[in-house]
Design a protein around this ligand. Structure first.
Ligand SMILES: Nc1nc2c(ncn2[C@@H]2O[C@H](COP(=O)(O)OP(=O)(O)OP(=O)(O)O)[C@@H](O)[C@H]2O)c(=O)[nH]1
Ligand SMILES: [Zn+2]
Length: 204
């Protein structure tokens, strides 16, 4: 099956609206399943709160990269652009608990020097992060979106994250960080890639 960029297999237009009553009922059911009383004082509003929180952290399911890469400028800049240490919060699709860390996003613009606003790179990360995810897919989706929509000649995306499913439960290895990278186009060139890695690792 094709997996068009930004969609993780599903076009946002095909993703139904967030179903608040259904999410509330599911949380209520989960509370009952763990042996809690969903009607006790402290929990009475919890299903509604959790539903709102889930709507927020899955908002990327209803967004496309096209929605955020709208602002582009042709300024003829054809050298590398790198935004480092973009804060990232996503949700592990296996356990529905967060993974968090930073993304470093660099690209070499098209021949015509088509660039985008710096904040749009961070917004692009969020489009893909605010979904049930695995870190590898998140990394490649950001890279592929930049290649396609900015017509970049090269892209590098490095994500360093800590998965709460590995720290708060299960194997319980606090501090273990997972590092993934996606390299595209002329960023495969050894000199270009080492320039990018030097920028990523430079200083604080
Ligand atoms: N590759 C990859 N694996 C992930 C990611 N997030 C969580 N996982 C892993 O997904 C796996 C799911 O393994 P399972 O054996 O099905 O589930 P589990 O019994 O809860 O596994 P444990 O976490 O080892 O207790 C675990 O090894 C997780 O560490 C991710 O972003 N990428
Ligand atoms: Zn997990």
């Amino acid at each position: 099956m094709t997996d068009p960029i930004g969609r993780g297999g599903v076009a946002p237009a095909e993703v139904p609206d967030f179903d608040i009553p259904r999410a509330e009922a599911a949380v209520r059911e989960l509370l009952a399943a763990i042996g809690e009383d969903p009607d006790r004082d402290g929990l009475r509003d919890t299903p509604a709160r959790v539903a709102r929180a889930y709507a927020e952290v899955t908002a990327g399911l209803r967004q496309s990269p096209e929605d955020v890469l709208t602002t582009t400028f042709d300024i003829g800049h054809d050298e590398m652009v790198m935004v480092r240490d973009i804060e990232l919060w996503s949700m592990c699709e296996h356990h529905l608990v967060p993974f968090t860390g930073v993304a470093h996003v660099g690209y070499i613009p098209s021949e015509s020097g088509k660039i985008t606003g710096l904040s749009k790179l961070a917004r692009l990360v969020d489009v893909f992060a605010k979904r049930p995810q695995v870190q590898e897919r998140l990394t490649t989706q950001v890279a592929d979106a930049l290649m396609e929509l900015l017509e970049a000649r090269g892209v590098i995306v490095v994500i360093e994250a800590e998965h709460l499913c590995m720290t708060m439960r299960g194997v319980r290895k606090a501090g273990a960080r997972t590092i993934t990278s996606a390299v595209r186009g002329i960023m495969h060139n050894a000199a270009t890639r080492s320039e990018a890695m030097a920028l990523i690792h430079r200083g604080g």
